[in-house]
Ligand binder design. Structure first.
Ligand SMILES: *[C@@H]1O[C@H](CO)[C@@H](O)[C@H](O)[C@H]1NC(C)=O
Ligand SMILES: *[C@@H]1O[C@H](CO)[C@@H](O)[C@H](O)[C@H]1NC(C)=O
Ligand SMILES: *[C@@H]1O[C@H](CO)[C@@H](O)[C@H](O)[C@H]1NC(C)=O
Ligand SMILES: *[C@@H]1O[C@H](CO)[C@@H](O)[C@H](O)[C@H]1NC(C)=O
Ligand SMILES: *[C@@H]1O[C@H](CO)[C@@H](O)[C@H](O)[C@H]1NC(C)=O
Ligand SMILES: CC(=O)N[C@H]1CO[C@H](CO)[C@@H](O)[C@@H]1O
Length: 611
């Protein structure tokens, strides 16, 4: 293998190619970890000739204008409210400056990469190219190694730090894969099975009481322990609404099935249809409808495979079933699209196949931003501790959500299931301080983050509901008043443990415990903010349906309107707390709080206020 590389170098010099010029050797660190990220251990040095799919995110020349445009089209008081941007308009705003392109092409050429072989996406702001580990190490002055995850045993190729020539720092936002140690399987799904909550077989009597005008006055006490679509439709006041804009309105669910790869019961779980596609989730969905939403029996959803998503290594698992069953259960008959985002087959360290380019959000975002028409509503139930995501990576990905918002999509993320943080909450910057641990992408200011409640009459914040303040993103103005009122009430308790000037979340909440999910043919109880996000997204999808059916534009990026005109459309949740990091965490109270946000939705009221 090494000989191939040597021959390559000899050929290059024989052709008189200049050696890498001096200006590319003046390195400045772009991102570095203090230690190998927790959960990963060094396995071996990466083979020099291993092929990496390198992604380079270029500085977007007019990104500030994109953010301005996003806020204009999302602010109901602005004359441009609802005038969402087209794919071309967004791409024009995120395109790199021509001088950035020229400089980076020169750098690539000097490292033996033909600029014409580079794939350019997203208005030219993303470069995808194939290089060897040897080339990448020289370009980024770094050492790529193979690391193994201590829990899942999978391998990835990453580096603990990378640099760029000083000249390029103003022109490049991020390079991947470098220091983000994540993969489909290590990235956390925010759901868990709750075996102590006894599942129910069906709720047909209750469901029948929801039909017709006036419907249900009080939500039955059974909904305090077991949640079904009927509970949620009664609680959130959607049960009498009939969607009309089903020809255009769509609800998208971003899934990362690879997380569940290699389960022992793969053979049992996997049912392939005549075209060799998985129908496992589908089968469960029909059983779910028969038990809990009989009017939807026979409804299917579209599966879109992104980057080879639903490949044969995947087991859809509980998360996918929860997401699709409750997104459909709330939004029926709105068409749902399940994005099954895959990576490549498992990476085997001693086999030099070009694999393991697992960059799940990036793959999904590449794909979705390349569509001319995007769903009006999205829900995603995955996240990582913010401090484990390199700041350049998080900022770049958050900027991609801003693009999707400017296009007119409402984007929901679960807030995480660890309250203010799990375990001892030590920082990974070498100082080992205790700090609350925010979640990403929950902490991105351009998404709507959903926390969790439980019980009925009244609902209360649930102890695992992820909430807090970003250490990466500053406080957006849309939440300034709500958050300062909360901080005033806090009287400085433990403010040294979080960044009170950061983007605060969750924005909103919804039920998150005892969800009845059909998995592998039987009903089980599932909890987590993973349940809350599709539920809230279902309500938003109905609001988008209403707006579209009235000839108006969909809501798009929600937060500016939710924190203003929308406030009165929420059930304020005033009790409950989210302990963690050996503290009591935050407490819910009147108004916005970092346990339940603005509260849970009342569809009827929201329809009147912002519909
Ligand atoms: C983007 O969309 C175009 C047109 O549909 C397609 O030809 C191209 O392959 C897509 N690129 C990616 C990276 O998905
Ligand atoms: C921080 O914690 C790590 C891992 O537990 C340990 O190796 C390191 O020595 C600690 N550093 C300090 C400054 O206490
Ligand atoms: C799924 O069901 C089959 C048949 O009932 C059973 O053998 C298998 O253990 C189940 N798998 C899981 C993950 O519950
Ligand atoms: C504040 O933090 C300390 C630990 O640093 C903890 O013992 C205490 O309970 C916290 N207070 C509250 C109200 O959570
Ligand atoms: C539910 O929606 C209706 C309008 O559809 C509204 O009149 C009512 O106030 C809402 N809330 C409750 C709790 O009924
Ligand atoms: C990891 C790595 O390649 N480090 C190199 C970075 O650049 C300096 C100076 O050019 C070298 O001395 C290091 O070995």
């Amino acid at each position: 293998m090494l000989s191939v590389l040597l021959v390559g170098c000899l050929v290059a010099s024989a052709l008189g190619k200049p050696l890498v010029s001096k200006r590319w050797k003046d390195f400045e660190v772009k991102h570095a970890w203090h230690d190998v990220p927790a959960g990963w251990q060094f396995h071996d040095i990466a083979p020099e000739d291993h092929i990496l799919n390198l992604r380079i995110a270029l500085k977007q020349d007019r990104f500030d204008d994109l953010v301005t445009a996003l806020y204009e089209v999302s602010d109901p008081a602005h004359e441009k409210y609802g005038q969402h941007l087209s794919k071309e308009e967004v791409e024009a705003l995120v395109a790199p400056h021509p001088s950035s392109v020229d400089l980076i092409d020169a750098w690539l050429s000097d490292h033996g990469v033909d600029p014409f072989s580079v794939q350019r996406l997203n208005g030219g702001s993303w470069l995808n190219l194939e290089v060897t580990v040897g080339q990448a190490s020289q370009m980024l002055n770094c050492s790529y190694n193979i690391y193994q995850h201590t829990g899942t045993s999978e391998y990835i190729i990453r580096t603990t730090s990378y640099s760029l020539p000083s000249l390029l720092h103003p022109h490049i936002n991020m390079v991947a894969p470098t220091t983000y140690f994540s993969s489909m399987r290590s990235m956390r799904a925010t759901s868990f099975v709750q075996p102590h909550i006894k599942p129910i077989e069906d709720d047909h009597d209750f469901a029948a009481s929801l039909v017709g005008a006036g419907s249900l006055a009080t939500v039955p006490s059974s909904c305090a322990t077991t949640i079904t679509p009927s509970c949620l439709r009664a609680l959130y006041n959607t049960s009498t609404y009939v969607p009309k804009a089903t020809a255009t309105n769509k609800l998208g669910i971003a899934g990362y099935l690879g997380e569940f790869a290699n389960n022992a019961d793969l053979q049992v779980m996997l049912v392939l249809d005549s075209r060799g596609r998985k129908t496992h989730v589908f089968g469960n969905l029909q059983t779910f409808f028969e038990k809990f939403r009989t009017d939807a029996v026979g409804t299917t959803f579209q599966t879109v495979e992104v980057n080879g998503g639903g490949d044969d290594q995947s087991d859809p698992g509980v998360e996918a079933n929860l997401d699709i069953q409750y997104a459909e259960g709330m939004s029926f008959p709105t068409p749902n699209i399940y994005y099954s985002t895959g990576g490549s087959p498992p990476f085997i360290p001693d086999d030099n196949t070009p694999t393991n380019t697992n960059e799940p959000y990036l793959n999904w975002l590449d794909f979705i931003l390349n569509q001319t028409v995007v769903p009006q509503t999205f829900t995603t139930s995955y996240g990582d501790d913010e401090q484990t995501v390199p700041v350049d990576y998080a900022t770049t990905v958050c900027g991609l959500f801003a693009q999707l918002g400017a296009r007119g999509s409402s984007i929901m993320f679960s807030s995480g299931d660890d309250g203010v943080g799990a375990g001892d909450c030590l920082t990974n910057d070498g100082t080992n301080r205790t700090q609350f641990q925010p979640n990403f992408p929950a902490s991105c200011p351009f998404v709507t983050t959903v926390g969790a409640t439980t019980r009925v009459n009244p609902e209360v914040g649930i102890d695992f509901s992820g909430g807090g303040f970003s250490n990466y993103f500053g406080q957006p103005s849309y939440q300034a008043t709500a958050v300062s009122t909360f901080l005033g009430r806090l009287h400085g308790v433990n403010t040294s443990l979080f960044n009170s000037a950061g983007r605060a979340y969750p924005d909103v909440s919804a039920q998150g415990q005892g969800f009845q999910v059909v998995f592998n043919g039987s009903t089980i109880s599932v909890g987590g903010t993973s349940a809350s996000s599709p539920t809230f997204a279902g309500v938003i999808s109905l609001l988008n349906d209403f707006r579209i059916s009235q000839g108006r534009r969909p809501l798009g990026f929600l937060n500016p309107i939710l924190y203003t005109a929308g406030v009165a459309g929420f059930n304020d949740i005033t009790s409950g707390s989210n302990p963690g990091c050996n503290t009591n965490g935050f407490s819910a109270g009147p108004g916005w709080d970092p346990v339940t946000g603005l509260g849970t939705p009342d569809f009827g009221k929201l329809q009147a206020l912002i519909g």
